[in-house]
Ligand binder design. Structure first.
Ligand SMILES: *Cc1c(COP(=O)(O)O)cnc(C)c1O
Length: 423
């Protein structure tokens, strides 16, 4: 099936006489006739549901749809995008080990890696995503266990050079984990370029309506853990918290997601609620339609802004002349995302006046949903920083992050025009 069809048809497959629409299995637990049967489930000897912290049929159907959209073998939903990235990495990296990560990543993930995982004994080296292969090589250590990057970074909008990152990660015998939130599988399928594991904040375009916080981890099934068994004993040697199960032996290509579910979700408990999974599924049904419209509208907005006398610079990877335009055309030829950033003449004060004058675009701490929304980092999320510090973290005082929605683009541009007049 083509991806537009998968958005609608994948995942839930009702049998004869069953509900047409994915039911919400609003139950913490599942009933069995004998304790022996339930015991077999606990031992992972049989598959089935027993407690919704580990698995729930509504969540599983949505995970299966996302796995299919990405072209992976299995997926696991999490309570947030943050939980997805934590579990995706912690599943293969432990205390005393090391991660190489692109520095152009979401602020929350930057803190997760640089502060919180450090407290867990896991070290990180941040690398410039535009660094050469030799510079990337230099960041690796004998104890490196994963490479992390974003396909289109939030908010810098840097497009990942997949070929370069895949090549370096695999040369060092470790998987590449990519957060694919911004382009979504509609515009970019990282597994096709050799990426091993994909994560998403489903909170953004997948949900698409700003209804639910959520995340997902998808495994390509392609990384050969057994070939690097010395690096990944958690997957290739017996897990005594599961009666000596060896995930690679018992589950083959499903080893990584089975371990993440049976071990980490069991212990860390950051599961998606079935109600929310149901809502994400409704979002997924229109994902292909919405992404097309987001990209068309964002390109028109970027073109309009790039000609406006009050706009000093525009950053949109789909705009010809952008430094990532060629990479975007190579890896996401049908479009990138709906997020555009730009600078306003007059810096912080002008940007604030512009923000306050907007009528259609709403000021929110969010990106990537159906409604056009806008954020001025220097006066909100980054307001503690001086102008010099803002420059250093590539978020200058005049930067406006504009998340283009799926309204009529004429109305979005008219709103920009009147607000720029007042800036
Ligand atoms: C929002 C976001 C996250 C975090 O997702 P939450 O659901 O807010 O925890 C992670 N990565 C990217 C790229 C994001 O945009």
């Amino acid at each position: 099936m083509k991806i537009n069809t998968k958005c609608i048809q994948s995942g839930y497959k009702p049998k004869n006489g069953e509900a047409r629409i994915l039911p919400i299995w609003q139950s913490t637990t599942f009933k069995y006739d004998s304790s022996d049967e339930m015991g077999q489930l606990f031992d992972l000897k049989k598959s089935g549901y027993f407690y919704s912290r580990l698995a729930n049929p509504t969540c599983d159907a949505v995970a299966a749809k996302i796995a299919d959209l990405e072209g992976g073998v299995a997926a696991m939903l999490t309570s947030s995008g943050q939980a997805a990235n934590l579990i995706a990495l912690f599943n293969i990296v432990s205390a005393g080990q090391h991660i190489v990560s692109s520095s152009a990543i979401y602020g929350g993930t930057f803190n997760l890696l640089g502060v919180t995982m450090k407290k867990m004994g896991i070290d990180v080296t941040f690398v410039d995503p535009d660094a050469t292969e030799e510079e990337l090589d230099a960041a690796f250590r004998p104890e490196t266990r994963a490479v992390f990057a974003e396909s289109i970074s939030n908010p810098a909008l840097a497009v990942l050079d997949f070929e370069k990152f895949v090549s370096v990660a695999h040369k060092h015998g470790v998987p590449l984990v990519v957060d694919n939130t911004f382009p979504t599988p509609i515009n970019c399928r990282p597994f096709e370029f050799g990426v091993d594991i994909v994560t998403h904040a489903t909170t953004k375009y997948m949900d698409g309506h700003a209804m639910t916080i959520g995340g997902v981890i998808v495994d390509s099934g392609n990384f050969d853990w057994e070939a690097h068994a010395d690096k990944y004993p958690g997957l290739t040697t017996p897990d005594f918290s599961y009666h000596g199960t060896t995930y690679t032996k018992q589950f083959g290509k499903l080893a990584y997601i089975t371990k993440a579910t049976a071990q980490l979700m069991r212990d860390l408990g950051s599961i998606q609620a079935p109600q929310n999974a149901f809502l994400i599924n409704i979002g997924l049904e229109t994902l292909a339609l919405r992404m097309k419209r987001h990209c068309e509208n964002a390109l028109a907005v970027a073109e309009y802004l790039s000609k406006h006398p009050k706009v000093t610079w525009v950053n949109y990877p789909g705009l010809p002349g952008n430094r990532y335009y060629d990479l975007a055309k190579k890896y996401m030829p049908n479009g990138t995302c709906g997020v555009v950033s730009f600078g306003i003449k007059g810096g912080r004060e002008a940007a604030t006046r512009f923000m306050d004058a907007l009528r259609l675009a709403a000021i929110v701490t969010h990106v990537a949903d159906a409604r056009t929304c806008v954020l001025h980092p220097a006066s909100t999320t980054h307001r503690q920083l001086t102008d010099k510090q803002l420059e250093e973290c590539k978020t200058p005082a005049d930067l406006v992050r504009f998340s283009v929605g799926i309204e009529d683009v004429d109305d979005i541009i008219a709103d920009l025009a009147q607000a720029l007049d007042r800036a």
